[in-house]
Design a binder for this molecule. Structure first.
Ligand code: GAP
Length: 463
């Protein structure tokens, strides 16, 4: 196994061992492409969402946050083009019926292909490279031609489905909720162009080959911003948005050398430009976040299908137009995986190999862990509980850890990424050295160094 896939296995194993991520429906044998977040995972996920929201709503003056309903009128997915054009090219092995994603198989042998190509284009490439692609199950090279397999997940909502009429879908992408609420924001908040909208919302895709843990899942959460600009005033804003998003990843601790931009070669017909921020995942560089110049396509389509005027009227000139939309969209699961892979380290410390997640302190599931040196000494436990309550009232995400000896606790907290561990010992009680009364040991995750800090200074020090 090469070093990179080895890292993926280790991250997956750590996620399960330390309560970050579990396979969905595991006791029933698991459900492919669906994952559940455990106690440490949900903290990291929530921290990511909070930092994202801060950067994209609080730190901006002209961005409006929303949270739209997941069910949407069936016409939405017609207008967006998802019912007709949201598909992956799939082919079946004639020998064992295993289904393959043809664009991904072509990519794997170095042929440029993607899901946006027409059936004709992809089948031409498939035909030309037929001899190089084998069935992953039986090894044969005899496939049906590729055909488009729609990714929308159908659902069932009384009034629509019972009429035998239009099916209701789960969202194929979260951003449609933003387009549907653009007019509500114009009416209720009176923003002036350019302005942005931000949302974190769920999306569902009938991925035929969910893979690489959280990288490609069937249920996901997307964090999206849509920036509304005057037509043809897109270029400068697009460049700024691209750079802002790149810099944000660096600000949450991702190593810049593991990030890069890639421009799309094959644009969807309505897009003016599209870039990915790629991360160097354990499987190599791949898309982390998409940044798209969507022109006026989305609002024009919704105006056409709904019959509602979605023009913006310039309050100064009275000029009317459909704004262009610059989008940023990232899957939270993919972001979570990138953050974990980046933070994962194995290194020597005190003569042992330790696993440590060097997470940015604002992302770590526990801000700090508190322990009594010995758990069978009531006076130590009582004092430690006092410190624990003090810190919990301040930070919230504070762990109480009295399992095993102190060395084991440090190793456990290193694996979770806890930036500091505090131990209450006999010196804290003033029993051995009176001058150290009411001080505690604070151990730093990254250096392993320990220092004595007065309880009265702890909050300030940890901040
Ligand atoms: N609204 C635009 C949109 O949905 P996309 O490129 O299909 O564009 C945006 O998706 C982001 O959502 C991707 O960059 C990726 O981070 C995430 N994403 C897409 N499909 C995913 C999947 N099956 N599993 C996990 N994340 C996914």
């Amino acid at each position: 196994m090469d070093k990179k896939s080895d890292t993926m296995e280790k991250v997956v194993s750590l996620c399960k061992r330390r309560g970050f991520v579990f396979q969905g429906s595991e006791i029933y044998g698991g459900l492919a492409g669906v994952f559940d977040y455990g106690p440490n995972g949900v903290e990291l996920l929530n921290n990511l969402k909070q930092l994202w929201w801060k950067a994209n709503v609080y730190d901006k003056e002209n961005y409006y946050g929303i949270d739209s309903g997941m069910f949407k009128h069936p016409k939405v997915w017609e207008a967006s083009g998802h019912t007709s054009g949201f598909s992956d090219p799939l082919a079946d092995c004639r020998e064992c019926n295993t289904r393959i994603r043809v664009d991904k198989e072509l990519e794997a042998i170095g042929v440029t292909a993607d899901e946006k190509m027409s059936e004709e284009e992809i089948n031409k490439l498939f035909e030309e490279n037929r001899e190089k692609i084998s069935c992953p199950k039986c090894g044969q090279k005899d496939f049906t031609p590729a055909r488009a397999f729609n990714l929308l997940v159908k659902s069932n909502l009384g009034d629509f489905t019972s009429e035998g009429g239009e099916p209701v879908y789960l969202p194929g992408e979260a951003c449609q909720g933003i387009y549907l609420n653009y007019k509500n924001i114009l009416n209720s908040m009176s923003p002036k162009l350019p302005f942005g909208m931000a949302q974190i919302g769920k999306a569902f895709r009938n991925e035929i080959s969910p893979r690489n843990f959280l990288f490609r899942t069937r249920e996901m959460e997307q964090a999206d911003t849509q920036f509304f600009v005057k037509p043809n005033e897109n270029k400068e804003a697009f460049e700024k948005i691209k750079q802002d998003r790149f810099d944000w990843y660096v600000s949450i601790g991702i190593k810049p050398e593991n990030l890069r931009f890639t421009q799309h070669k094959n644009l969807v017909f309505y897009a003016a430009d599209a870039w990915d921020i790629e991360y160097n995942f354990p499987g190599g560089f791949d898309e982390l976040e998409g940044i798209h110049d969507r022109t006026d396509y989305d609002l024009t389509q919704h105006m056409k299908f709904s019959g509602v005027d979605l023009n913006y009227t310039d309050p100064e000139t009275g000029e009317k137009y459909i704004p262009w939309i610059l989008e940023t969209s990232v899957g939270l699961g993919r972001m979570f995986l990138a953050v974990l892979a980046d933070a994962y380290h194995e290194e020597e410390m005190d003569g042992n190999t330790r696993t440590v997640l060097k997470l940015h302190p604002d992302l770590a599931p526990n801000r700090v862990a508190v322990s009594p040196l010995l758990k069978n000494k009531p006076e130590l436990v009582e004092k430690a509980r006092e410190v624990f309550k003090l810190l919990k009232a301040e930070f919230g995400n504070v762990a109480w850890d009295d399992n095993g000896n102190v060395g084991k606790r440090y190793r456990r907290q290193d694996e979770i990424g806890t930036p500091s561990c505090i131990v209450i010992d006999f010196e804290t009680l003033g029993q051995e050295k009176p001058e150290l009364a009411d001080t505690v040991t604070v151990r730093d995750r990254d250096t392993g160094e320990q220092e004595r800090v007065a309880i009265a200074d702890l909050i300030q020090r940890l901040k």
